[in-house]
Ligand binder design. Structure first.
Ligand SMILES: [Zn+2]
Ligand SMILES: [Zn+2]
Ligand SMILES: [Zn+2]
Ligand SMILES: [Zn+2]
Ligand SMILES: [Zn+2]
Length: 472
């Protein structure tokens, strides 16, 4: 951080917040700060609270005042009465029960998970409070990311999208923010953080939950509009979901839970379910996105059980994993961009890369690297290629990112001049035919082009017909 690029501001509704004082580019470190207090915070039991109150009592008066000045939600504070009494009895500190109550509410509302440069694996979870960092508010479309890893005990906030002068600086309290619908995010924030999220995304139509429109002959989708706006169709403007749409959604929800709970993952079954959900509800529906996550989790577990002699099966499973992760990222990209076209895997609006998707693309890229260069689906390789820049922005292993860059180059070279269906090099001297719609796919003959439109390449389990990928 060369110079401060934000100022403290007060908003009548949001309270204290930070605003940028100039435009900020993705990747810039906006804030780097030492914690004012840290403590060992086991996930279960009251030990974390005890460590925290003891650590607070060890601070000097100025530091204590800074902590006590942080945002303290009163309703949360009330709920801590019992816990505060017990702690007061056990520790007999120099502060009152009421102080302890408020301190517990302050920690709930402001603390961060803290790695502090210590090795992440095997170390006990820690938490920390930051004087400036704690004033960054939540948004479901954040412009900063927070990390305390790899930075010698400091917290850093890095910009993850372009920030204009005067924008509020925000980060997300939710881990997988573009995979959950508005009702779900709001319920979580109400329950865990005690506030009603009014961010721009919560106020907009919920793009991650399309349902078929109720109007006769309308093939459009309805979206639930924020602030009690109800369900409205993006195509005909009418209101209301088709009579059985919510029932259909509930059914898919139960089926997806079934796959989540399976002890032995059935990744092929889950892939079929993801496609069915996409076709019936919409590919950008959160349940489609959730099913793709189930697949990638399942793939990781299946890989651990496979023996070295099962090479063919391993290649199939890896290909499915790559497809699930990269497709999921591409769908979340559409959600982030407010895409109103839930039909099909590809929408054709050409959305930009989104930081929150970079990790999935990265993991998908690692899977693609396990396949032969010619086996890597061209469409997936191209998504990975677009994300190489963003991968450098997050704290991924540089060696892995270099490997993925190399993988993309190899795949492009191996498939250059080859038919996307049969792999052939085309008629001598005749060159390849190009798909007129997307201008990306190449075929040796008309027959191959027609074949590829409705059928994936033979033996390529995780590939889809070109129809699904073809982008205008
Ligand atoms: Zn929100
Ligand atoms: Zn409609
Ligand atoms: Zn789109
Ligand atoms: Zn061909
Ligand atoms: Zn095409």
């Amino acid at each position: 951080m060369s110079e401060s690029c934000f100022r403290l501001d007060t908003d009548s509704v949001l309270g204290r917040l930070l605003r940028s004082t100039r435009s900020i580019s993705p990747g810039e470190i906006v804030l780097s700060e030492e914690p004012i207090v840290t403590w060992v915070n086991p996930r279960k039991g009251p030990a974390g609270s005890k460590n925290y109150i003891s650590a607070f009592c060890d601070l000097d008066a100025t530091q204590q005042a800074s902590v006590q000045d942080m945002h303290c939600p009163t309703s949360v504070s009330k709920a801590y009465r019992g816990a505060a009494e017990a702690l007061h009895k056990e520790l007999s500190p120099a502060i009152s029960i009421c102080d302890i109550q408020n301190l517990l509410a302050i920690a709930e509302s402001n603390s961060h998970e803290f790695f502090g440069g210590a090795p992440v694996q095997g170390s006990e979870p820690r938490a920390a409070l930051f004087v400036i960092g704690s004033k960054v508010n939540h948004s479901c479309r954040p412009n900063l990311r927070y990390t305390s890893q790899n930075c010698q005990g400091r917290l850093t906030y890095k910009a993850i999208r372009p920030i204009a002068e005067g924008d509020e600086l925000t980060f997300s309290y939710l881990p997988d923010v573009f995979a959950s619908m508005t009702d779900e995010r709001r319920a979580f924030l109400r329950r865990e953080k005690d506030f009603e999220c009014g961010c721009e995304r919560c106020d907009a139509p919920d793009w991650i939950r399309p349902l078929p429109c109720a109007a006769d002959a309308c093939k459009g989708y309805v979206f639930k509009h924020g602030g009690g706006g109800g369900w409205r169709c993006q195509t005909c403007g009418g209101g209301g979901a088709a009579a059985d749409a919510l029932g259909l959604e509930r059914g898919f929800y139960q089926k997806s839970n079934f796959f989540c709970d399976l002890a032995r993952p059935d990744v092929v079954g889950a892939l079929a379910l993801a496609h069915e959900t996409g076709k019936k509800l919409g590919y950008t529906h959160y349940l489609t996105i959730r099913n793709l996550k189930t697949i990638s989790d399942g793939v990781a577990r299946v890989m651990q059980t496979l023996k070295p002699e099962n090479q063919r099966e391993a290649a199939q499973v890896v290909a499915i994993g790559a497809f699930a992760l990269i497709t999921r990222a591409a769908l979340m990209e559409r959600v982030a961009g407010g895409c109103v076209a839930p039909k099909g895997l590809v929408c054709g609006c050409g959305h930009g890369e989104v930081y929150e998707c970079a990790n999935d693309v990265f993991l998908g890229g690692l899977y693609l690297g396990k396949l032969g260069a010619r086996q890597r689906p061209r469409e997936l390789v191209e998504v990975v290629g677009r994300y190489l820049g963003l991968m450098e922005l997050i704290d991924l292993s540089e060696k892995d990112v270099r490997g993925i860059t190399q993988m993309v180059r190899e795949a492009r070279e191996a498939r250059a001049g080859c038919c996307d269906y049969c792999g052939g090099a085309g008629k001598e001297g005749g060159g390849l035919l190009q798909c007129g719609r997307c201008q990306r796919a190449h075929y040796c003959t008309k027959e191959c082009q027609v074949g590829a439109w409705k059928k994936a390449r033979a033996g390529q389990v995780a590939e889809l017909p070109h129809k699904a990928y073809c982008m205008r």
